[in-house]
Design a protein around this ligand. Structure first.
Ligand code: GDP
Ligand code: MG
Length: 220
């Protein structure tokens, strides 16, 4: 496994082509403040939990080999307080940039769960595409704090189910494994979305060729 941590500007170019061995995916972490977005990012990048994190809005890269393929994760760890945006705000630039979303709430912070609920709606409305084309994983973090839980697992799972999102409950503080499952799960969904898109483009191509053969006018 190659771990390469370097900061990038949010303008990094998408270079992914489904037919190539190398897959590049832009992943945006969203959610209220203090839910553990930076903890998840740092855990994934370094395997460590360091406890306190700066409030910096930045993009990191990490390469992995999964099923013989080189995967390059570009991870945008967003921060509202740094951007001066109200909680839950998602910019146009973020929506354009991301291939997939990780929406994080804390299981002991109901307000943060409501932020995720709003953000799911915002992404689904803004993208206006079938849910499979816009992969989202919802994460209930701080699972180690059971005694302070205010959002049940069922509520999290139900929200994910109703909006066609993946769902995990994890503790970034306690384990690396759960965090790994979240990022790898999202990569799977992004690859499926791209395969579907390619399939649809291929189908449109066939329809166009058929129209040409039979001399029909294209309507699209
Ligand atoms: P962000 O504002 O969403 O980026 O949140 P941070 O990653 O900065 O984390 C906010 C606080 O929650 C920090 O004090 C972290 O140490 C703590 N934290 C993050 N993840 C966990 C977790 O899984 N369990 C516990 N108990 N604390 C966590
Ligand atoms: Mg942060």
């Amino acid at each position: 496994m190659v771990v390469q941590v370097n900061q990038r500007t949010p303008n990094s170019r998408k270079t992914m082509d489904g037919s190539q061995q190398r897959v590049e995916a832009n992943i945006l972490l969203l959610g209220a403040d203090n839910v553990g977005k930076s903890a998840l990012t740092v855990r994934f990048l370094t395997r460590r939990f360091i406890g306190e994190y700066g409030d910096i809005d930045s993009i990191y890269s990490r390469s992995d080999k999964i099923d013989g393929r080189d995967i390059c994760f570009n991870i945008w760890d967003s921060s509202h307080s740094q951007n001066g945006d109200e909680a839950g705000h998602i910019s146009e630039r973020q929506l354009q940039w991301a291939d997939g979303f990780i929406l994080v709430y804390s299981i002991c912070d109901r307000a943060s769960f409501n932020v995720v609920r709003q953000q799911v709606q915002r992404i689904r409305q803004a993208k206006n595409k079938p849910p499979t084309a816009v992969p989202i994983i919802i994460v209930g973090n701080k699972r180690d704090l059971q005694h302070r839980r205010t959002v049940s697992s069922e509520e999290g799972r139900l929200l994910a189910l109703s909006a066609d999102c993946g769902f995990f409950e994890i503790s970034a503080a306690e384990t690396y494994h759960g965090v790994l499952l979240v990022f790898h799960g999202l990569i799977e969904l992004i690859r499926e979305a791209r395969a579907l898109k390619k399939g649809a483009a291929g189908f449109r191509g066939i329809v166009r060729s058929m129209s040409a053969v039979f001399g029909r006018k294209r309507t699209e």
